[in-house]
Design a protein around this ligand. Structure first.
Ligand code: FMN
Length: 324
């Protein structure tokens, strides 16, 4: 997830048992131009194996070159983004615009499969819009290129993130192909994940907005799916402890200048849902140093959090992060 699943975030997700973590979406054009920040997105130094590197672009040659670079950087899987709805991505014929051009989508997949020896996977949506839903055509044609897995976000491009994800359509994809299929959409609790997996028959589930500020959901989901047991949410103190650990990793990774600014949204997400947390938001928005980070988290420990409730608090991701 762009703006979210950086190295520190992936590290915690894997420690909580995630089967695999995926990098943020990386522009193939930027990679082949040796854009420094894009290389950093592909920094896998903290990752446990397997790790997937997600590439975005609509030019088969450029995507093939970027895939070779991802493999050289240590990717165990190269994933192709065919779901990003953001206009600036769509304009470059990458992301979800490939759903409107299945021939090009297959040329891209074909080129990437031919360029690397690691498995290649693709993430799609159900289509560009309702009238042109083509998930089954996309799935079967992409499978024929030699990709080894598909992830399906159960919405069309025009739906962005709003209406409920269509898990019946995800189940149709699962039934139509023989490669592993992962389902994505509206998994906010471990029970959601278990129910959706059993109803649709998918091989894996992908957590999305549900883990913004709630990385513990990874652990809860893994335990629920592997043993059938439910484990409780974190207490307020434990939640602050987890946010603090995330902050320490981010400060370690990005340094004291850049880290605190990057942390604002993660701290805000980590504190939401508890009564009294709203009062800390002003403090969070003015965090500029590691000392400020510590001050917010110390202050958080002094409030009475009340019962946890995300009602009205967890709709769309902030527009600044809406990337795919
Ligand atoms: C902030 C944000 C960033 C995202 N970035 C990516 C991305 O880089 N690549 C991708 O394949 N999907 C990305 N997605 C889509 C999610 O992976 C997921 O498919 C989608 O949010 C649906 O799941 P949900 O309803 O559980 O959030 C992003 C979603 C959000 C909210």
């Amino acid at each position: 997830m762009a703006g979210v699943t950086d190295a520190p975030f992936r590290k915690i997700a894997r420690e909580f048992g995630a089967g695999m973590a995926c990098t943020e979406m990386i522009s193939s054009e930027a990679l082949v131009r040796n854009h420094r920040e894009s290389f950093r997105l592909m920094d896998l130094c903290w990752d446990q194996r397997p790790v997937s590197v997600q590439l975005m672009g609509g030019d088969p040659g450029v995507m093939a070159e970027a895939a070779r670079m991802a493999e050289a950087a240590g990717a165990d899987i190269v994933d192709i983004n065919m779901g990003c709805p953001v206009p600036k991505v769509v304009k470059t014929s990458g992301g979800s615009s490939l759903l409107r051009d299945p021939d090009r989508a297959c040329r891209v997949a074909d080129a990437v499969v031919g360029a690397v020896s690691v498995p290649v996977t693709v993430k799609i949506r159900l289509g560009w819009d309702f009238a042109s839903r083509n998930h089954l055509e996309m799935a079967t044609r992409l499978q024929a290129t030699g990709i080894q897995g598909l992830a399906v976000h159960g919405r069309t491009r025009s739906q962005r993130y709003d209406p409920s994800a269509d898990w019946e359509a995800i189940a149709q994809v699962k039934a139509a192909v023989s490669i592993p299929v992962a389902g994505s959409g509206d998994l906010r609790t471990a029970d959601d994940a278990a129910r959706r997996q059993s109803e649709s028959g998918v091989d894996a589930v992908m957590l999305g907005r549900g883990i913004l500020g709630n990385l513990w959901l990874v652990r809860q989901t893994v335990v629920r799916l592997t043993s059938g047991e439910s484990i409780p949410p974190l207490s307020w103190q434990e939640q602050i402890g987890l946010v603090r650990r995330h902050c320490d990793l981010v400060l370690d990774y990005y340094g004291p200048e850049r880290g605190p600014r990057l942390l604002r949204k993660f701290i805000a997400w980590g504190l939401r849902g508890f009564r009294g947390a709203a009062r800390l938001r002003t403090m969070v928005q003015s965090v500029t140093s590691p000392i400020d980070v510590t001050a917010v988290l110390d202050a958080a420990l002094t409030i009475d959090p009340g019962p946890f409730s995300l009602d009205g608090e967890i709709d769309d991701a902030p527009a600044s992060c809406e990337a795919a």
